[in-house]
Design a protein around this ligand. Sequence first.
Ligand code: 5RP
Length: 233
Amino acid sequence: MSASQQKVHAAGAALNYISDGMTVGLGSGSTSEIFVRLLGERMRDGLNVIGVPTSEQTAKIATEFGIPLKPIDHVDRINVTIDGADEVDGQFQLIKGGGGCLLREKIIAHASDLMVVIVDETKLKAQLGDFALPVEVDPFAFTITAKKIFDAMRASGIPRGDVKLRRRGDGLEPFTTDGGHYILDCACGTIPDAPTLADRLVHIPGVVEHGLFIGLARVVIVGEDRGAKIMEF
Ligand code: 5RP
């Protein structure tokens, strides 16, 4: 069965974490979009929630599916956030940012009472790093920031890292995030110690945020061919 069917199973199982009156953080990416669509269907059947989107794209889809939205500054609390991930390890550490929304995703996950991650089986890894780690940076002096990131990778036990500026589909212009930043995709191979790398990255001027989500996810729902496996931390 395809990963896309597994994503549907994971997104469907996440609906069990939603109840009437909740404020729900809405993640970004294809798995989150399936969740938003399913949530919209539940709302047509009478469920009432407010959504807080993690990206312009998610806001657009949520609006299409009739989910009322509020910006994060207009809510007192977010009960739960449902979001996808690019990689998940056994400690529920994540790589996120494949879609370039990691800054808003992290702000919203951090502000939520609970973060529930929805993934297909291909995202489960013994160790993070196969997927190039997205790091969101200020466009100003991004080449200097890239060198500092490379040094931080080396110092964190990643000897053959590679840092690349993400470009738009046409390959000409840099990709820019909803916040107007650039993304540097940092190929690591394996990240031996994710918290140490995360700590080094946050101290580099020019790094706005990195895609390592550590200590945020409490529930991981893995879509399988015949349903979904729920893992709670
Ligand atoms: C976007 C993300 C996504 O959650 C991540 O890339 C997973 O996407 P998908 O569900 O399409 O595999 O972090 O910034």
